[in-house]
Design a binder for this molecule. Structure first.
Ligand SMILES: Cc1cc2nc3c(=O)[nH]c(=O)nc-3n(C[C@H](O)[C@H](O)[C@H](O)COP(=O)(O)OP(=O)(O)OC[C@H]3O[C@@H](n4cnc5c(N)ncnc54)[C@H](O)[C@@H]3O)c2cc1C
Length: 378
C-alpha cells in the first residue's frame, strides 16, 4: 500500500504532491492526461498564486509569462482602465501544469500518467485497508491517505454537492494584429455583454487568450456555431470586435466547459473519512475572472499537505480552508451576478467610471487573504 495517493495532476495535485515529497513522504500521483494539454482557463496567474508556488521552490518567472499590471473593463463602446493592486502573469496552463509536474517528479513524486481513475472506494478508509482507486489500463492502487484533486467535475465514488452554473465556458487563442497586440500588452481586459462576460490577455507564446462565459440563450442565437457566437459577442461588445479585427485563431477548435458549480465551498462532514483531503476545485470553486481560482487551488494544496504532515485530520483542514476562502467566494459570486445581468452591469460600470479605484478594490476583495497564506499552522 502507498503512503499517499494524489488523484489528479493539475495545479492543486502537483503542488500538494511536491510539498509532501519534499517532506520525505512516499507519494504517487495519478493524472489521466498522458501528454501536456491545453486546459480551459483565463490563464491569469495572480501574485498570490505565484507566492504559493515559490513556497515549493517553483519559479514561475523562468516560464516567460507576460507581466500584467493593469485591468481594463469594457462595456459597449466604453472602457475604464485601472492599475491592479498586484502584478499578475499571463501563462498557458499547458506550460505551467507541465512544468509543475516535472517539478513534482524532481522532488521524488512517483507520477503515473495516462491512467484515468475510474472509481474510488473509500468504504474501508477508516480501517487499515485505506482508499482503493480503480484505474484505466493499470492495476488498482491503495493508500492510507487520499488527496482528491481531479478538478471541477465529480470523481466517481465521491460525489460533490453544489449547484452547476447554466453558463457555458469557452477558451481559445488568437494571434492579434501588431497594433492590437501592443494595445493589450500589460493588461487583462474584461468585456461585459448581456448574458455573460469575457477576459482577454497575452500569454507567454505571444498569443492572446480569449476566455468567456455565455448564457445558453446566446449559443442558441448563434445556432451552436462558434464563429457565429464570436460575431455575436463582437456585435454586443464592439471593443472586443476591435481587438479581434485582423486576428487569426490559433487553435483548431475552442475548449469548452459546462455545469461548473460556481460558489461551491466544501462543508466539512464528520462522516467523511479523516484521510480524504479535497483540494482545488474539489474543495471550492470561485466564479471565473472575478476571483482567484488558481490561487485558491494552490493555497488548498499547501494547507492540506501541511495539515497532513502535522498529523491533523482532513476535517480540521477543511474547516480551515472554508474559513480562508468563504468570504472571497461570496464576494466573487456577487460580481459574477452583477457582470452578466444588464441592469446590475450598467450600475457597476457607471460606478467604476466615476471611481476607477473600484476595479482594484474588487480584485483585492476576491483574493486569498495574505495572513491565511502566510501562516500554515495546525
Ligand atoms: C472559464 C474559466 C476561466 C478561469 N480563469 C482563471 C484565471 O484566469 N485565473 C485563475 O486563477 N483561475 C481561473 N480559473 C479557475 C482555475 O482554472 C481552477 O480553479 C484551477 O484550475 C483548479 O485547479 P485544480 O488543480 O483543482 O484542477 P485542474 O487544474 O482542473 O486539474 C485537475 C486535474 O485532474 C485530472 N483528472 C481529472 N479527472 C481525473 C481522473 N478521473 N483520473 C485522473 N486524473 C484526472 C485532470 O486531467 C487535471 O489535470 C478559471 C476557470 C474557468 C472554468
Amino acid at each position: 500500500m502507498n503512503d499517499i495517493l494524489i488523484a489528479g495532476g493539475g495545479l492543486a495535485g502537483a503542488t500538494a504532491a511536491t510539498a509532501l515529497a519534499q517532506a520525505g513522504r512516499e507519494v504517487t500521483l495519478i493524472e489521466r492526461a498522458a501528454t501536456p494539454a491545453h486546459k480551459i482557463c483565463g490563464e491569469f496567474l495572480s501574485a498570490e498564486a505565484q507566492a504559493s508556488l515559490s513556497r515549493i521552490g517553483f519559479d514561475c518567472a523562468r516560464l516567460g509569462g507576460q507581466r500584467i499590471t493593469h485591468v481594463r473593463l469594457s462595456r459597449g463602446t466604453r472602457s475604464i482602465i485601472a492599475r491592479l493592486p498586484f502584478e499578475g502573469l499571463g501563462i498557458t496552463r499547458k506550460t505551467l501544469d507541465e512544468a509543475l509536474l516535472q517539478h513534482a517528479a524532481q522532488a521524488g513524486v512517483n507520477i503515473l500518467r495516462g491512467h484515468a481513475i475510474r472509481a474510488i472506494d473509500f468504504t474501508t478508509a477508516n480501517s487499515k485497508a485505506g482508499f482503493r482507486l480503480e484505474l484505466d489500463r493499470a492495476a488498482p492502487r491503495a493508500a492510507a491517505a487520499l488527496f482528491l484533486a481531479t478538478g471541477k467535475h465529480d470523481a466517481r465514488g465521491i460525489p460533490r454537492p453544489g449547484r452547476p452554473s447554466r453558463l457555458v465556458g469557452f477558451k481559445t487563442y488568437f494571434q492579434l494584429s501588431p497594433a492590437q497586440h501592443q494595445a493589450l500588452a500589460g493588461q487583462v481586459e474584461i468585456f461585459m455583454f448581456p448574458g455573460g462576460y469575457a477576459g482577454m490577455q497575452l500569454v507567454e507564446t505571444g498569443e492572446a487568450n480569449l476566455c468567456f462565459l455565455a448564457e445558453p440563450a446566446l449559443l442558441a442565437r448563434a445556432a451552436g456555431k462558434f464563429p457565429a457566437l464570436l460575431d455575436l459577442l463582437c456585435a454586443l461588445c464592439p471593443q472586443l470586435g476591435q481587438r479581434l479585427a485582423g486576428a487569426v485563431a490559433t487553435l483548431p477548435a475552442p475548449l469548452t466547459i459546462a455545469r461548473v458549480p460556481y460558489g461551491f465551498v466544501y462543508r466539512p462532514d464528520r462522516r467523511a473519512p479523516p484521510g480524504l483531503f479535497r483540494l482545488g476545485d474539489q474543495s471550492a470553486v470561485i466564479p471565473s475572472f472575478t476571483g482567484d481560482g488558481m490561487a485558491i487551488a494552490l493555497h488548498s494544496a499547501g494547507l492540506a499537505a501541511d495539515f497532513h504532515l502535522h498529523g491533523a485530520t482532513s476535517h480540521a483542514y477543511h474547516h480551515r480552508l472554508a474559513r480562508d476562502v468563504r468570504f472571497q467566494i461570496h464576494r466573487a459570486g456577487a460580481l459574477y451576478t452583477a457582470a452578466r445581468l444588464p441592469p446590475l452591469a450598467a450600475c457597476f460600470f457607471a460606478a467604476a467610471r466615476l471611481i476607477p479605484q473600484i476595479l482594484p478594490l474588487c480584485a483585492s476583495l476576491t483574493r486569498v487573504p495574505t495572513a491565511a497564506r502566510l501562516e500554515f499552522s495546525t
